[in-house]
Design a protein around this ligand. Sequence first.
Ligand SMILES: Cc1cc2nc3c(=O)[nH]c(=O)nc-3n(C[C@H](O)[C@H](O)[C@H](O)COP(=O)(O)OP(=O)(O)OC[C@H]3O[C@@H](n4cnc5c(N)ncnc54)[C@H](O)[C@@H]3O)c2cc1C
Length: 443
Amino acid sequence: MGHVKDFREIEQTYLPHQALLEASRCLFCHDAPCSNACPAGIDVAGFIRRLKSGNRAGAAQLIFQANVLGDTCSRVCPVETLCQEACSHTELLEPIQIGRLQRYAWEKGHSHLDVAPALTKTREMKVAAVGAGPAGLAAAAELTRLGYKVEVFEATSRAGGVLATGIPAYRLPRSVVEGEVDLIRRLGVKISYNQGFDGQLNPDALRAKGFRAIFLGTGLGQSVRAQIPGEDLKGVFWAKELLWAIKEDPGSHKDLCAKLGRRVAVIGGGNVAIDTACSLLRLGADRVEMVCLEGPQEMPAFPSEVRFAWDDGVEFHTRSKPLRILGEGGRVVGMEGVGIRWKKPGLFVPDNAVVIEGTEFQLRVDSLVEAIGQRPDETVAKIYGLETSPAGLVIVDSETGQTSNPSVFAGGDVVNGGATVVQAVAEGKRAARGIHRYLQENR
Ligand SMILES: Cc1cc2nc3c(=O)[nH]c(=O)nc-3n(C[C@H](O)[C@H](O)[C@H](O)COP(=O)(O)OP(=O)(O)OC[C@H]3O[C@@H](n4cnc5c(N)ncnc54)[C@H](O)[C@@H]3O)c2cc1C
């Protein structure tokens, strides 16, 4: 099969006449359902109006004002469930391609941005953000714009969180994230790298350094395991670590290929599983088979992603439950699974799956990647003494992002359990406003 074998970005930007034509289709609805559907609050109709009149810098400025990761979001937002979905309820036969227009506006207009317009007020109070993912960066940018001195502490050597270490380069090139992080720095946000809890990140140390409030945006650091026999065999990988290795070091791709072999199974039916499967094909695997509990219409991955993987050549074993990983001489040689049906219709969770006897099957594979989810590193909540849900997620006030510790706020995946980049941005901004209110009330 002629699979794509490289990680070059797939989507291309509009040409100027295409962008103008697309912007000209906009009805500029009086209630702007597209803008209302954007969790980050981008004035979609506003930037399209500016594009239409040729004001590309003004369009980029509007995007940046609402979302400091607007370039990333133009590439990875599930627009078909957000702004474009809202647009499909208008009188247009086809919704406006908002993601593509946003990308065009950014690419053509951002070099003229007024990144850090003069602040109306500067404040002496310092705020720390722990984690430089979308939530932490958005919170830090918003607080800086409100006049606070903000420092972001990041555990790794890169800012961007999953954008830098997870989403494959064929969907989100690293240069996009680096460009945005650079703008956030120019806005006035300080980012410190390779910071761990053992050092200056524990709450007492941060307070001693004069930080009056803390934002936690530490995401989901731990991979969930399928807990099936054979997980200790050589040739079993976890999606988060594998995607990180692929994005971090393109020079290591040859070695990775050798470790993975020609045929790989991926367990899971979400976006991470799809990214893993499509990345494996690009790395050079001959055959990648996804095994998931859900049927094709039930998978948690965005429908567009499932279609993409299908077109890429990924093979699907849906409504299938992995039973065990098969090994010989300590190495993976295959996996065994079985067909399932749902006990209660419409409830697509493992506990609701009933095995259909007689449908057992085996796949011959050289390696297997588990991509069935991630959960938070619970030491974070423990160190800060925060209330958590049974799943270990930090519980916050839905209006302000405040945790059970009044000077600690949180947002993003560590709170919502894993959603989208734009949702993490929205929750970072929400917490920034919560912190502002808290600090004004507790001077
Ligand atoms: C493979 C993959 C593909 C995805 N694709 C999409 C997509 O196409 N579209 C979309 O909208 N969403 C996608 N998502 C989801 C999206 O990336 C996340 O919802 C978003 O990144 C969450 O942002 P966050 O800031 O909460 O966490 P993260 O992005 O996880 O960032 C957390 C940051 O905190 C740091 N950190 C953790 N612990 C500590 C600590 N103790 N001290 C200091 N720093 C710490 C981490 O190193 C990291 O930099 C995808 C997720 C994955 C895994």
